[in-house]
Design a protein around this ligand. Structure first.
Ligand code: QAP
Ligand code: CO
Length: 200
């Protein structure tokens, strides 16, 4: 297994529409395993292939870690917003690997303070469908379907957005998204700043 480099906004690769994933078996398993390792290493709950520079329609998700007791601050940021697993979420085995996912049913509305490994350190409220059904294929190329709500539903919609070149900051009001985008373009990310770079 290997850690992969996570691209951050404004990398142009995050804006591309990813292609149908066509490789199954060992190659899909290897990519997903490396993405899951990368996601867990960064305390994430979802990661899409384009975030690691692979423009293919594959995402990995594990929202079950959210309820775990974590000493890490980053995990706690996500954890604090959690309301626990819903009945539908509990029935789904995680981690999930969704290849060529498509939403086939959507209803209701839910708001959540979202973040993204490609926009580290920034969070804001996004509106999503509350309850969805998704069809996809597994790493063997076999068709699957799932139904969920709660945090898992939000996460799946967030990750499918990545496959279409869309980020959560694009779903905020123009005033909020511009504030975040301009701050990143001007100052970069806190983690990336050199030690002699002073905050204003
Ligand atoms: C997408 O996001 C998501 O800023 C997955 O410093 C987010 O895993 C779906 C993360 C919220 C549903 C609800 C973000 C880690 C992780 C950061 C993530 C950070 C460290 C984000
Ligand atoms: Co994201």
């Amino acid at each position: 297994m290997a850690l992969m480099k996570i691209l951050t906004y404004p990398d142009p690769r995050l804006r591309k529409k990813s292609l149908e994933h066509t490789e199954f078996g060992v190659s899909a398993e290897t990519l997903s395993a490396n993405m899951l390792e990368t996601m867990y290493d960064s305390k994430g709950i979802g990661l899409a292939a384009p975030q690691v520079g692979v423009l293919s329609r594959l995402v990995v998700i594990d929202t079950s870690i959210v309820g775990d007791s974590a000493e890490d601050t980053k995990s706690r940021e996500i954890e604090s917003k959690d309301t626990g697993l819903t009945e539908l979420e509990e029935k789904i085995e995680q981690p999930l690997i969704l290849i060529n996912p498509e939403v086939t049913f959507k209803e209701g509305e839910i708001q959540y303070d979202e973040g993204c490994l490609s926009v580290p350190g920034f969070y804001d409220t996004v509106k999503r469908f509350e309850h969805i059904k998704v069809k996809y294929v597994n790493t063997a190329g076999e068709p699957q379907e799932l139904e969920t709500d709660g945090l898992l539903s939000i996460c799946i919609q967030h990750e499918i957005d990545h496959l279409d070149g869309k980020l959560f900051i694009d779903r905020l009001s123009l005033i909020k998204s511009n504030r975040i985008k301009n701050k990143i373009k001007k100052l970069g990310y806190p983690e990336k700043k050199s030690s002699d770079d002073k905050e204003s």
